[in-house]
Design a protein around this ligand. Structure first.
Ligand code: SAM
Ligand code: SF4
Ligand code: SF4
Length: 341
């Protein structure tokens, strides 16, 4: 039941509605992508969260319902690597049963060929797979755990075969690492039915040593691909869609570019995030979150949780990407692997 005191959807101080929620289901990952969990930081002594610290499936499902009641329409599960969380299908099943929620998940694809069918059977409808290169040597260097590209490609095919289609494939482009993989990726996925999206490398967290020079811009990427296969812009699917869509003029499909650095989309940002241990963040680049686990475990009612979340959202002023500078890039922000992108 909605609280009559809270106008829906909840709006922040810049008038932005609360529409999307990303939930990190684990801070652990079986990859050590150089731009996300560099080995020097996330080595064998790194202290990941303990089991009692992380939200249970019941707690996550309860929060999902409360957020839905505040206007959230879309939930994305992420991590860390969400498929390393044991029995994730059970959580999918619980969330898929909540009416009015569009549910999806982002994965590195490493375990997908084994799990795609179970995820689909549990009620998942769509999936996004991250893949940074088709060149096996480049891919292994970027995931830094020597994981072969063929296994991720098998995962993408298994997802499509299970009905999780169209599969979205996300490629982060980092200069000096994988910009030579942009064209081969575009050629490979053109006409495949999967939707390839290129993401500008961002200064998330404070461990990846980000520099503006490392960003291959969305404009460059569209230029590179368009020079080979003419592209034309497509209208967004909905207001606030982060990917800018382009279609091949010959009708062989579309690509997306996510220009988080060069064309900030804070103005339309309707996204909240919950970390693995239940902190609410109102921006990917936040330096602090609001604890929801304590009230959850102290027996707070749904109404009290709704009010607490609405109060946080109503104070939100975040627009980090619009005001990013070399200095803000150095702030002690939360890590991507903890908040889930
Ligand atoms: N492990 C899953 C995966 O890799 O898909 C889910 C979590 S991961 C943090 C979510 C997304 O964030 C991935 O597509 C990843 O490539 C992207 N990502 C991580 N670090 C990034 C960065 N510094 N800049 C841009 N995207 C980044
Ligand atoms: Fe793991 Fe995803 Fe981060 Fe890579 S991007 S280290 S797969 S969480
Ligand atoms: Fe949203 Fe923050 Fe990203 Fe801006 S910087 S789009 S407010 S998450």
């Amino acid at each position: 039941m909605s609280n009559p005191q809270i106008a829906l959807p909840a709006r922040d101080r810049r008038g932005r509605a609360l529409r999307d929620l990303r939930i990190s289901v684990t801070d652990r990952c079986n990859f050590r992508c150089v731009y996300c969990m560099p080995k020097e930081v996330f080595g064998k002594d790194y202290q990941f969260l303990e089991r009692r610290e992380i939200l249970s499936f019941e707690e996550i499902a309860r929060l999902a319902r409360v957020f839905r009641d505040l206007g959230v329409e879309k939930i994305r599960l992420t991590g860390g690597e969400p498929l390393v969380r044991r029995n994730l299908e059970q959580l999918i099943e619980m969330l898929a049963r909540i009416p009015g929620l569009d549910l999806t998940l982002t994965t590195n694809g490493s375990l997908l060929s084994r799990k795609a069918r179970a995820l689909r059977d549990a009620g998942l409808k769509r999936i996004t797979v991250s893949l940074d290169s088709l060149d096996d040597a480049v891919f292994r260097r970027m995931n830094d755990v020597d994981f072969p590209v063929t296994r991720v490609l098998e995962g993408i095919e298994a997802a499509a075969a299970a009905g999780l289609s169209p599969v979205k494939v996300n490629m982060v482009v980092k200069r000096g690492e994988n910009e030579d993989s942009v064209l081969p990726m575009a050629r490979f996925f053109r006409g495949s039915g999967h939707i390839l999206r290129f993401i500008e490398y961002m200064d998330v967290g404070h461990t990846n040593g980000w520099r503006l020079d490392d960003v291959v811009t969305a404009r460059e990427i569209v230029g590179m691909i368009g020079a080979e296969a003419p592209l034309e812009p497509l209208d967004p699917n909905y207001r606030g869609e982060v990917a800018e869509r382009w279609r091949y003029r010959d009708g062989s499909g579309e690509i997306g570019v996510i220009a988080s650095v060069t064309q900030a989309f804070c103005r339309d940002c309707t996204r909240a995030r919950i970390s693995t241990e239940g902190k609410l963040y109102t921006c990917l680049f936040a330096t602090a979150g609001h604890d929801l686990r304590a009230p959850l475990r102290a027996g707070a009612s749904d109404g009290a949780l709704r009010e607490a979340i609405a109060a946080v959202w109503s104070q939100r002023t975040d627009r980090y990407s619009e005001i990013r500078t070399a200095n803000t890039a150095k702030l002690q922000k939360i890590e991507m692997s903890y908040i889930g992108g």
